[in-house]
Design a protein. Structure first.
Length: 298
């Protein structure tokens, strides 16, 4: 039996997937449709027993939760599941992790090859996004021939994209945070512009029509009223920007830069609370103190 890439099924690498949320599931579904032998392992009952088979997979994509909580970023699940990968095999971190994490995990696990390949999926269109990526980035924590061959293999088996890049793993992690942070900033900016337009008596619908036609603007973020309310909501935007703000403060001695990030975060929280959008997510990331604070100001 041949897959769509012209290889016999038995000759293609066996691919493992740890985590079956919308990222892991949609990647696994795509690889299965392409004829690859796959193994799915996750906490759900139907996949829980497959953990022992992960060690036999040549390439393992890790797509597990990396929450931000009131105590900070938590990447412990990624660290824990890497131990399931077989010696000499390739682990590809798809989960969003703080810059420098992949290098740390590689040092902790010298017997396997660790790579970082950020995902750029939207939950509502994840299957389509997996099949038609605009970018494939693979980051190496070590610049050597072994990691280079592994990165090239991962690029060969991923769905083809118009842009592909092999880079340092910290650069790959920063690309992911830049991607999510850019969307977050644009959403907040256009919400502020929306309020300015309203105060001047301007019709935002006219302005939005021009913005959506502008090729230099990411139109998907130019709508201040989006889904269930205003502001940058959803699990990824809220948790990742909160983690980014804290990480920046820790790593960069620039109070002005931090104040920019902090003001964007504060304004976004104000927008979310004012429209009642994704407050359960906000609660999980920031805790009850932030909820009481913003509720008191309403």
């Amino acid at each position: 039996m041949a897959n769509k890439r012209g290889k016999r099924l038995g000759d293609s690498p066996q691919i493992g997937f740890i985590g079956q949320g919308y990222v892991g599931k949609n990647y696994a579904d795509h690889f299965q449709r392409q004829g690859f032998r796959i193994v799915r392992y996750a906490k759900e009952t139907s996949y829980r027993g497959n953990g022992r088979f992960i060690k036999d997979c040549d390439v393992v994509f890790i797509a597990v939760p990396t929450p931000t909580t009131p105590r900070g970023f938590d990447g412990s699940v990624v660290h824990n599941v890497v131990s399931l990968v077989g010696k000499g095999k390739i682990a590809v971190i798809k989960s969003t992790v703080l810059p420098g994490t992949t290098k740390k995990i590689q040092k902790e696990n010298p017997g396997i090859i660790i790579l970082n390949s950020p995902e750029f999926l939207s939950e509502a269109t994840a299957a389509e996004d997996v099949a038609n990526p605009f970018s494939n980035v693979v980051g190496m924590p070590v610049r050597d021939a072994v990691h280079k061959r592994a990165a090239e293999l991962v690029l060969r088996i991923l769905p083809k994209a118009p842009f592909s890049l092999i880079c340092d793993s910290t650069e790959a992690e920063l690309i992911k945070y830049s991607h999510n942070g850019s969307g977050y900033v644009q959403i907040v900016f256009f919400n502020v512009m929306y309020d300015l337009a309203r105060n001047l008596g301007a019709d935002w619908r006219v302005i939005e029509k021009a913005l959506l036609a502008d090729p230099l603007i990411a139109g998907r973020y130019a709508r201040p009223l989006h889904k269930s309310g205003r502001g940058a909501g959803g699990n990824c935007f809220v948790k990742d920007f909160a983690a980014l703000v804290r990480f920046y403060k820790e790593k960069v001695d620039d109070p002005l830069g931090f104040s920019v990030f902090s003001a964007l975060e504060e304004k976004n929280l104000d927008l979310l609370f004012s429209s009642g959008k994704d407050l359960d997510i906000v609660q999980n990331v920031y805790g009850g103190q932030i909820t009481r604070r913003y509720s008191k100001n309403r």
